[in-house]
Design a binder for this molecule. Structure first.
Ligand SMILES: [Zn+2]
Ligand SMILES: [Zn+2]
Length: 411
């Protein structure tokens, strides 16, 4: 009864360029079409012909090669309003970074525009139909507007994208959805997050310590999601705090879509605690402040590099990383070897470097709990490099699949 066929085009076994092709009741669907922001960036192979495409959220590991889909096919791309607005920002930034570093990208600005025109806005809990199947987006709890897609036809399946089951300051955690076939991310398979309140306490303590010893705190953060979560965490501090990079624009986008936030009021209030860098002379003033929250999250570009370049020999100052640093990125290089590629030169960084797990992904036991509550017949694990840890735990209860990229499967 293999009336549901699927094939991962990329990202089945890695936290990177995710893309999944699914065929059900004759309808050909594409979920995500991402890239890995390594050096050089890794783009997912081309997608086969499809009838419709779905994007769960704007992060580049899910969206980074989507413009090529829009160029090659005239199809609707379903996404929530915050995703529709933030995705082009990240894609234009990808083009900019690639141009500076001389890397090839399989799309151009026109293709991003085409993608923008292909977007069809969908909303949490609102049922939609495409030919023989229907679908409903649900809150994925990962960042504002992140969606899981429940698809119903002769079979039912749920594609989660990235999920977080725990409430964060920014968004409510996701809820399980009853389904037959569950395509679930497994970024944190085999790993647990420390309790969020402990992470926050340690993060705040470190900031006090660095400022007290006369240093400055640089907090590189992903523009979409993490920056806003950090503003909410830092809002209670009484320091001279600055915000720089694309996170500023994303704040405005999120505040224009308040129904996707846990509390728009709190985000607005938190934002007021920060001075915003709006011209280059502000960067000098920010350097006189105490804390600077700035893109990019993996130090691949963005004003974070400007500040670190100025402070790199200052042992009193610190870089507080707050997100997963993908293999092959500048941020990973800093964590593993204490050096950074700064404007084409490898430099030793004498600032203190710390990592705080502000992950927006469910940890191992949260994933297990979520999967059990979805109560599927088949669990398809993807978007993780340690899927066996989850598979082992679930095998007695469900049919568990750990697919490879490029192989076709039927369920
Ligand atoms: Zn994500
Ligand atoms: Zn992801």
């Amino acid at each position: 009864m293999a009336d549901l066929k699927f094939r991962f085009i990329g990202g089945a076994s890695a936290v990177g360029n995710l893309s999944l092709y699914v065929e059900m009741d004759g309808l050909r669907m594409l979920f995500e079409h991402g890239m890995t922001p390594s050096k050089p960036p890794d783009f997912v192979p081309p997608a086969p012909e499809v009838d419709a495409a779905f994007l769960t959220h704007s992060h580049l590991d899910h969206s980074g090669t989507f413009p090529r889909v829009a160029r090659d096919m005239d199809i609707p791309v379903f996404a929530t309003p915050p995703t529709v607005v933030t995705t082009p920002l990240l894609l234009y930034d990808t083009l900019k970074i690639a141009r500076i570093e001389g890397h090839d990208v399989p799309f151009d600005r026109n293709d991003v525009l085409l993608l923008d025109e292909s977007f069809h806005e969908v909303h949490y809990g609102k049922y939609e139909e495409i030919g023989p199947v229907s679908f409903t987006p649900h809150n994925a709890g990962h960042i504002p507007g992140s969606a899981m897609y429940e698809v119903n036809g002769s079979r039912s399946f749920l594609f989660t994208g990235d999920i977080q089951t725990v409430n964060t300051h920014l968004v409510w955690g996701c809820r399980p959805v009853k389904t037959e076939v569950l395509f679930v991310e497994s970024t944190y398979a085999g790993r647990e997050h420390p309790p969020r309140d402990e992470v926050e306490r340690a993060f705040i303590e470190k900031i006090h310590e660095v400022v007290d010893r006369g240093g400055k705190v640089i907090v590189p953060a992903f523009a979409v999601g993490r920056t806003q979560e950090l503003l909410l965490v830092l809002a209670k501090l009484d320091y001279d705090m600055w915000l720089d990079g694309m996170g500023r624009t994303v704040n405005n986008i999120f505040l224009q879509n308040p129904e996707y936030l846990r509390s728009a009021r709190k985000l607005k209030k938190a934002r007021r605690r920060f001075n915003v860098v709006s011209r280059s002379s502000d960067r000098k003033r920010a350097m006189d402040g105490d804390v600077i929250v700035t893109t990019g999250g993996m130090l691949e570009g963005g004003p974070a590099l400007h500040y670190i370049n100025r402070l790199k020999d200052d042992e009193k100052s610190a870089i507080l990383l707050t997100g997963y640093q993908v293999e092959g990125t500048n941020g990973r290089l800093l964590m593993d070897e204490g050096v950074l590629d700064l404007y084409g030169r490898r430099e030793r960084i004498r600032m203190e470097v710390c990592f705080y797990d502000f992950s927006a992904h469910a940890g191992h036991s949260e994933l297990v709990d979520f999967i059990r509550k979805c109560d599927p017949e088949v669990v398809v694990l993807c978007h993780g490099d340690n899927r066996e840890a989850l598979a082992e735990e679930l095998r007695g209860e469900y049919k568990v699949m750990v697919p490879d990229d490029g192989m076709e499967y039927g369920v």
